[in-house]
Design a protein around this ligand. Structure first.
Ligand SMILES: Cc1cc2nc3c(=O)[nH]c(=O)nc-3n(C[C@H](O)[C@H](O)[C@H](O)COP(=O)(O)OP(=O)(O)OC[C@H]3O[C@@H](n4cnc5c(N)ncnc54)[C@H](O)[C@@H]3O)c2cc1C
Ligand code: SF4
Length: 478
């Protein structure tokens, strides 16, 4: 009999996973499970239309179903050099539109990618990546997150001499210092970054452009520059009492925890914010020993960032299993402290009021003050790009959206000739796969700008942009 049900991925027991940063909440498909799950796919490739990086999803699900994970990895690498990372943490919007969503559940595209990538410790054994000789062009990449690393990978393959500058002592950006280790182990990040570096990318760690080297210098020294500097400037709420000890911004908190610091969070932790970063900060707090962890968000559950999506549902489910509590529709308005150390949060409950235009707005009901104890408060209230690395002469020329994102043309070039950009500083999606997509676009843009497209040995090794158009009947191919 035909079985339409999605093959359930096994998970670790919550009590086992909260005791360690080493335990991944989700286990991996076995070979048999992977074949069975991949075998459900009907190959329509509609999912490719919602993949920001235009991966050939139907193609690699097929190779997995046929028992050829090496081919799966090869197909993914056409546009993305992080199959094991993305196979764990992608926002997997592709699954939200899978035609089988209501017929047993969407194909587990993300888990299948992880399964295939995890079969190989060393990708050089299955990818015949060409060793090009240097084509006498050099490009600087600023920022060693997914955007910068992707750009470095595809440019290096084409013989461009790439130097990557990273201000931190580690590579990976938010993959390394944002996403917690239980969701994304260091060994997985190391495997994929080391493969990229094996192509001959020169890396300068602990080098902040703007401090250690002037931005103007790299603009003058290199034939083109790609910036993937992300969003690392915390947006704090400025709530009265914020100067007390024990109050952090989530990105600082997660960076320190990810780099191995045993932060003393105490018994009660309050996380302010409703997005994915709030979930990560709360689950890290539990692993650091907190007993009562609660997330406070000013809107309703259905208004939280990223919802509705399978990803948002899964994240909430895993957090609840680990005993994270949520207080929806509240406005924290004061941090209370004793002897300079935070002890609690005063807050009002909100009423959601709709004026008929856009989203309902949270209106605090100030007649009743509520209080919750807290030894640690973590603000997961967003972050923005720090442009202080650029001299004024460049900043004046760099066009930004009103929200502060860098504007690029369809080739990924900013308003400054020769300066390309991508990732969180540039797109509004602010996820890994969109950072990769931006870098893919910029790689072609940079090669065209450098006028070296005629030196491309094999266009199999160029990112395949906009593959989704192949599967969209409404697009007229030219
Ligand atoms: C807590 C958290 C959890 C997340 N979880 C997910 C998830 O599950 N799935 C998902 O898809 N996305 C997730 N994201 C988002 C994702 O990590 C980002 O969208 C992605 O990392 C952006 O890539 P990027 O290369 O643009 O920037 P980043 O990853 O931020 O990398 C930018 C790098 O540039 C460096 N840099 C900045 N300025 C300079 C300078 N002047 N000189 C030298 N180096 C510089 C920084 O140190 C950093 O290493 C998460 C983000 C956070 C914060
Ligand atoms: S939408 Fe679903 S069924 Fe169609 S190709 Fe993608 S994974 Fe397979």
């Amino acid at each position: 009999m035909l079985n339409f049900e999605r093959v359930k991925i096994q998970s670790e027991l919550p009590e086992k996973r909260v005791g360690s940063f080493e335990v991944e909440p989700l286990k991996e498909y076995t070979q048999q499970e992977a074949y069975a799950e991949a075998g459900r796919c009907i190959g329509c490739n509609i999912c490719t239309q919602s993949c920001p990086a235009s991966l050939d999803i139907g193609g690699y699900i097929r190779s997995t179903a046929l028992g050829d994970p090496a081919e799966t990895v090869r197909i993914v690498f056409e546009n993305l050099p992080f199959p094991a990372i993305i196979g764990r943490v992608c926002t997997h919007m592709c699954e939200d539109i899978c035609v089988l969503y209501d017929t047993g559940g969407p194909i587990a595209i993300r888990h299948l990618k992880r399964y295939a990538a995890d079969q190989f410790d060393d990708y050089s054994k299955i990818l015949d990546t060409p060793r090009r000789s240097f084509i006498n062009k050099k490009v600087a990449v600023v920022g060693g997150g997914p955007a910068g690393l992707t750009a470095a990978y595809y440019l290096a393959i084409q013989g461009v001499k790439v130097t990557l500058f990273e201000s931190l002592p580690v590579l990976g950006g938010f993959m390394r210092v944002g996403i917690p280790r239980y969701r994304l182990p260091d060994s997985v990040i190391d495997k994929e970054i080391n493969f990229i570096l094996s192509l001959g990318v020169e890396v300068r760690l602990n080098t902040r452009i703007g401090d250690d080297i002037k931005f103007a210098n790299i603009m003058n020294e290199y034939d083109a520059v790609f910036i993937g500097v992300g969003n690392h400037k915390p947006r704090m709420t400025g709530t009265p009492g914020s100067e007390a000890k024990g109050i952090y911004h989530a990105t600082e908190f997660l960076r320190r925890a990810n780099l191995g610091e045993k932060i003393q969070v105490g018994k009660n932790v309050v996380v302010i914010g409703g997005g994915f970063t709030a979930n990560d900060a709360s689950r890290v707090s539990i692993r650091l020993g907190a007993k009562n962890v609660c997330i406070m968000y000013r809107r309703r559950e259905i208004d939280r960032p990223g919802y509705p999506s399978l990803n948002a549902e899964e994240e909430l489910e895993e957090s609840v299993e680990e005993n994270v509590k949520y207080i929806w529709e509240v406005t924290p308005f004061e941090y209370v402290s004793e002897n300079g150390k935070v002890t609690g949060v005063k807050y009002w409950e909100n009423e959601m009021v709709s004026d008929g235009h856009g989203r309902a707005k949270p209106v605090p009901q100030k007649d009743k003050v509520k209080f919750i104890e807290a030894d640690t408060v973590i603000e997961a209230t967003g972050q923005e790009t720090d442009f202080s690395f650029m001299e004024d002469e460049y900043l004046k020329k760099l066009r930004l959206t009103p929200a502060g994102h860098i504007i690029t043309n369809p080739q990924g070039m900013t308003s400054i000739p020769g300066l390309f950009s991508g990732g969180d500083s540039t797109n509004t999606a602010r996820d890994l796969i969109s950072a990769v997509r931006d870098a893919d676009t910029a790689v072609i843009g940079i090669l065209e700008y450098l006028n070296v497209m005629d030196q491309i040995a094999d266009d199999r090794w160029l990112p395949y942009l906009d593959r989704w158009k192949k599967y969209s009947p409404n697009i007229i191919q030219r």
